[in-house]
Design a protein around this ligand. Structure first.
Ligand code: ADP
Ligand code: MG
Length: 462
């Protein structure tokens, strides 16, 4: 429990501007029947300042929704304090709205009545209610739907109602808890751009947006600042600014670098996060040596096969977090497998979805021997270390190479411990693909069809 914000990389202390909402060492724990209590959030400082979209990103169960509830005043911290314009939030007149993933509309009210509801709760007169609601429905593209009931609308339109209802009260801070997660990819994309447009054109009086999401690309697309939460208990792992100009290009180098950076922070919960990449220099000249070897994700080939088969079963595409849930996997265990499949060109990550590629589909549909061949081709094509080991074995007359030869190259780039893990993974992949074998006694790579006697003979001949 002592691990708190001290372990975080705080590159963005928003201390200079007066915060709208400021949380000071807030914690949350839940009582248990057994007297023990479960700590869900460890002591955390966090400020929401005007002018920015702040994304709170983290695996499910890391406490994002709990944090949002405390910051809005919906839930009281077990320790620490939340301030609204420097007054304790409990007694303050808080002007925030929340958009939920589940839309949370009243099914028995029409679209218009749903949007009017929060105004009615605030005692706004009937005429003004109607006028403001109609205007807001127009703004979010629901002109003509005011008499419809939620069940008559598509998911995307329901979420538009959710936005209209949230914005109609002109909140100073707009909170959103995974607002696009229940929508299909295209609808989500449209709504995101429309929201950004409203924000950029100042079409809403809202001064700050707080977005909870588990979608890395979504955070990088929208946010001016990203906070990544770790779990058990929830704590800030990194907090940094996104300085890319809007509209952002998912395919640009700084964008993908940032996505990779966050991905690494999320996949390595035990490693202190590095600094976020510098985003201002444009495409950077890469340090050749540093970029030499890819980091092999520590996943077994069988895991990659299992994931691809499951993905194919689900129509070739699924949200990574949903996959983890379905498999009853911790996301941190699933991500290296996803990473490995991606490295091998068997799947692509698009908006937090894992999408199987053509070669991934072929792999998943093949018999085990054919899978090995396809894995071998992919490994040689995409993984430098495996390609080098194989080449070295083929070109040497005795077809064996000591492990140290490759360790010496790897240790330019990785820690000693990581070098060993990289080797272990390379051996597992190489063996599976029958690219090479590894003689653990002699610490040498050998071509796979070589028998022990051959190796011994070669050794003797020296
Ligand atoms: P996230 O939104 O990141 O998925 P939540 O904030 O919903 O995470 O939950 C964080 C953790 O707190 C989870 O492990 C969840 O089980 C636990 N939790 C949430 N609400 C309660 C509660 N009322 N009682 C006990 N545990 C809870
Ligand atoms: Mg949640």
């Amino acid at each position: 429990m002592q691990e708190t914000s001290t372990s975080a990389v705080v590159q963005n202390p928003s201390t200079k501007v007066e915060a709208i909402i400021r949380a000071e060492r807030i914690e949350k724990y839940y009582a248990q029947p057994s007297q023990n209590r479960i700590q869900v959030i460890s002591a955390t400082d966090l400020s929401i300042v005007p002018g920015e979209i702040l994304a709170l990103l983290g695996p499910s169960g890391s406490g994002k929704s709990t944090m949002l509830r405390m910051l809005t005043g919906l839930s009281t911290p077990s320790a620490g304090q939340v301030y609204w314009h420097e007054k304790p939030i409990a007694g303050a007149e808080v002007n925030v709205s929340i958009v939920f993933q589940s839309f949370a509309l009243f099914p028995w009210l029409t679209v218009l009545e749903n949007v009017e509801a929060p105004l009615q709760a605030r005692g706004v007169s009937r005429d003004e209610r109607r006028e403001r609601s109609m205007k807001m429905l127009d703004t979010v593209g629901l002109d003509g739907f005011e008499g419809a009931y939620p069940k008559e609308l598509s998911g995307g339109m329901r979420q538009r109602v959710g936005f209209a209802r949230a914005l109609v009260v002109e909140p100073e801070v707009l909170f959103m808890d995974e607002p696009f997660s229940a929508l299909d990819v295209l609808t989500a994309e449209n709504l995101r751009s429309e929201l950004l447009e409203l924000w950029a054109n100042k079409a809403m009086p809202t001064k700050a947006i707080f977005l909870v999401t588990h979608n890395i690309e979504e955070a990088v697309l929208l946010a001016d600042r990203i906070i990544v939460l770790g779990r058990n208990p929830g704590h800030i792992r990194t907090d940094f600014r996104v300085q890319l100009a809007q509209p952002r290009d998912r395919k640009s180098e700084p964008f993908t670098q940032l996505v990779d950076y966050i991905y690494k922070v999320l996949t390595k919960p035990d490693v202190a996060p590095a600094e976020a990449p510098d985003q201002q220099a444009g495409p950077r000249i890469r340090d050749q040596r540093q970029m030499h070897y890819q980091m092999l994700p520590h996943a077994r080939p069988g895991g990659v096969a299992g994931l691809l088969e499951l993905l194919l079963d689900k129509g070739g595409r699924d949200d990574i977090y949903r996959l983890a849930d379905d498999l009853a996997f911790e996301i941190d265990d699933l991500l290296p497998i996803v990473d490995a499949a991606q490295l091998l060109g068997f799947l692509k990550i698009e908006e937090g979805d894992a999408a199987i590629t053509e070669s991934g589909t072929e792999f998943a549909n093949s018999e085990i021997l054919r899978q090995k061949e396809l894995f071998r081709d992919a490994a040689v094509e995409h993984v430098l270390l495996l390609r080098q080991i194989r080449r070295a074995l083929e070109s040497k007359s005795d077809h064996t190479v000591p492990e140290d030869f490759f360790l010496d190259m790897l240790d330019e780039q990785f820690s000693e411990e990581e070098c060993l893990r990289q080797m272990e993974t390379a051996v597992a992949w190489g063996r599976y693909a029958e690219l090479f074998d590894f003689d653990a006694g002699r610490r040498r790579f050998v071509l796979p069809d070589m028998q022990d006697e051959d190796i011994a003979a070669i050794e003797d001949a020296k």
